[in-house]
Design a protein around this ligand. Structure first.
Ligand code: TYM
Length: 336
């Protein structure tokens, strides 16, 4: 039996932050040799809220370079751009026609993002999870490693698979494969530096709320120095009254590579004045190799283009096979 298939993606909207890294990309990298991985840049999802055409392509390249800089290895992982494989849009249409509208209206992310758009909410924002389902199902993925905030979208994907197979698969056989979410306990929900009850997000208007993977050492120090804390001495995990404290200790644990027990012992008697410089130094040290590799990759645009061209070819071939299977199951005639 071949290796199981993993699929996941990130939107090229602004800078990648520690939430994207610890909740998603780092986990892809750590497990990549166990799986056959398809990892893409979700540039079609990136236009579901107003976007700037002048920066879309550049952000796409930046993200592809960051994937490589974070350690994705092309011998295990195929990296491609979503819009380069047109089957993503085609399957979305076919799945749209079997997805009840009220399933989409119930999505938490849609409701949250729609409020921010006021009257200008596009149909694409509502349809975002169906495009996500198409991304996953085209590759018949076994596992989808994501952060906690994507859980509901993955449940919807599973509902779509069951409905599609029920409607169109021959008895006892399935056309689409049920994917499993892969959500790590630690790092799946990195919180904002300015409010420990809100998740770290690219769309937060305050730059101080997040640490980006490409932030300079000075920026990282400044953000950690100014992040929200509490007046209690001694640092503890898992105290619901101290969300900021839990989040910052978790970041320290994940970025230092220490165990929870080690961090508990090391930090239990610390005050913020001692802990903050330690966290800043640890973050700078953890991000430095990624930043250096990123700079090297970005000077050779030809290389990056060749990676994405190969990715498109490999991903496109698999996507096309699934698309043909889906169309046949739905009763379409094949092109002559
Ligand atoms: P995006 O770009 O919003 O997020 C990319 C990944 O980062 C995770 N993430 C977080 N994890 C922990 N803490 C946080 N504060 C945090 N913020 C973001 C997200 O859970 C995600 O794993 N819709 C997807 C992109 C996508 C996709 C797919 C993913 C499109 N098609 C198919 C998997 C499969 C998204 O959330 O992008």
């Amino acid at each position: 039996m071949g290796r199981q298939r993993v699929l996941s993606g990130v939107q090229p909207t602004g800078n990648l932050h520690l939430g994207n890294y610890l909740g998603a990309i780092r986990n892809w990298v750590e497990a990549q040799s166990e799986y056959e991985n398809y990892l893409f840049i979700a540039d079609l999802h990136a236009i579901t809220v107003p976007h700037d055409p002048k920066t879309l392509a550049a952000n796409t390249y930046t993200l592809a370079a960051l994937y490589l800089a974070c350690g994705l290895d092309l011998s295990h992982s195929t990296i491609f751009v979503q819009s380069h494989v047109s089957a993503h849009c085609e399957l979305t249409w076919l799945l749209n026609c079997v997805t009840p509208l009220n399933w989409l209206e119930d999505m938490i992310q849609f409701k949250e993002k729609a409020v921010k758009q006021g009257e200008n909410v596009g149909v694409g924002l509502l349809d975002y999870p169906v495009l996500m389902a198409a991304d996953i199902l085209l590759y018949q993925a076994d596992k989808v490693p994501v952060g906690e905030d994507q859980k509901q979208h993955l449940e919807l994907t599973r509902d779509i698979v069951n409905r599609f197979n029920h409607l169109f698969a021959k008895k006892g056989k399935s056309v689409l494969k049920l994917p499993d979410p892969l959500i790590r306990k630690q790092g799946a929900r990195v919180m904002s530096l300015t409010d420990g009850t809100k998740k770290m997000s690219k769309s937060d208007p305050s730059e101080l709320s997040r640490i980006n993977l490409l932030d300079s050492a000075d920026e990282i120090s400044k953000k950690i120095k100014r992040c929200k804390t509490d007046p209690i001495r001694g640092l503890t995990f898992d105290d619901a009254e101290r969300p900021e404290c839990h989040n910052l200790l978790m970041l320290y644990m994940l970025l230092s590579g220490k165990s929870k027990e080690e961090v508990v012992i090391e930090c239990q008697d610390m005050g913020w004045g001692q802990f903050k410089p330690l966290l800043a130094e640890t973050t700078i040290t953890a991000l430095k190799p990624i930043q250096e590799k990123y700079q090297q990759i970005m000077v050779d645009k030809g290389y990056l283009e060749s990676v994405l061209r190969d990715g498109r070819e490999k991903a496109g071939a698999i996507a096309q096979q699934t698309l043909s299977k889906v169309k046949a199951a739905m009763g379409y005639s094949m092109p002559l």
